[in-house]
Design a protein around this ligand. Structure first.
Ligand SMILES: Cc1ncc(COP(=O)(O)O)c(C=O)c1O
Length: 307
């Protein structure tokens, strides 16, 4: 028996995607979509709120405010509900209506912020900035704890103490590479830090939307794309360039194709960043640059029900 919903966060199963990639080598993916908020961000939500309680910045009953593309908000709503804190989310109108519905269903107070230069389904950096401004304003007005995920260590700690050790426990030095899309960078930075500390030969690759490959050092050509929750066209504040051994870009068309293939071939209904991760991991496996039979790990970031 679990003491609360919070105990469902983390320790996700690792699925062998042997149908979508038949070898050589193996593609293994963490099922982050089965967490209570439906995404990888439950991990960061729990870690940041735990830190805030520990430091005394947050107390029971105090409101919590965050800008979200939906997933962090769902994770925070789950955590705040269990711990007894009201949760207010600001979100760009460019995110899918399914995300808004989930946040409201989880009891969050949701404030939708008009887009600056993006379109529905394609959220840009300036769109995010507008939603951040609104979150800051509300936090100040209500004396709330402002989560500000991009600037919190918990984002990375969740993966450095969670995802990384979980993978190591399961596979140890049999891991050859880790592939992940980057939003706050928590998943990539935290997991890569742990894996490289455990086995310096493990190669870590960041996934970016085609045309928004700023981590790879390219100019921002296409700020709007379908990989919601990632690829904001900015270098995240906690980014550690030294952890990335390489970069893969994935187009909207490829992500759409791989979403359907994951459903048809693996029975997995996941979101676009998960599909992009799988697409990139297969590009890596097909490049044959990792030796004869490498094990490549990636993340199935969220459920397809959010789109
Ligand atoms: C769908 C989805 N995929 C991937 C990510 C990236 O995760 P991280 O913020 O840990 O880089 C996010 C973050 O919000 C997300 O919502």
């Amino acid at each position: 028996m679990l003491a609360s919903t919070l105990d469902m966060i983390g320790n996700t199963p690792l699925i062998a995607l042997d149908r979508i990639h038949r070898g050589p080598g193996r593609l293994l993916a963490k099922a982050e979509f089965i967490q209570p908020g439906g995404s990888v961000k439950d991990r960061a939500a729990l870690a940041i709120i735990e830190d805030a309680y520990r430091t005394g910045e947050l107390v029971k009953g105090q409101p919590v405010v965050e800008m979200t593309s939906g997933n962090m908000g769902a994770g925070l709503a789950v955590v705040c509900n269990v711990l007894g804190n009201p949760f207010v989310a600001t979100m760009s109108r460019g995110n899918s209506p399914e995300r808004a519905r989930m946040l409201r269903s989880l009891g969050a107070e949701l404030i939708l912020v008009p887009q600056v230069n993006g379109t529905l389904g394609k959220v840009t950096g300036p769109d995010i900035e507008a939603a951040v401004e609104e979150a800051r304003r509300i936090a100040e007005e209500r004396g709330a704890y402002y989560v500000n995920q991009f600037y919190r260590d918990g984002c990375m700690r969740a993966h450095e103490e969670g995802t990384g050790p979980e993978l190591w426990k399961e596979l140890g030095s049999a891991i050859d590479a880790f592939v992940a899309a980057v939003g706050s960078g928590g998943t990539f930075v935290g997991t890569s830090r742990f894996l490289k500390r455990s086995q310096p030969n493990i190669r870590c690759y960041a996934v970016e939307p085609q045309g928004a490959e700023v981590l790879a050092g390219k100019p921002l050509e296409k700020p709007g794309h379908m990989l919601q929750g990632t690829g904001y066209g900015l270098i995240p504040p906690h980014w550690e360039a030294g952890l990335a051994d390489g970069f893969f870009s994935v187009s909207d068309e490829e992500a759409t194709e791989f979403r359907q293939r994951l459903a048809n071939e693996e029975g997995l209904h996941v979101g676009y960043s998960a599909a992009a991760n799988v697409c990139a991991a297969i590009k890596l496996l097909q490049s044959r640059e990792l030796g004869a039979h490498p094990n490549v790990i990636t993340m199935l970031c969220d459920t397809g029900l959010k789109y």
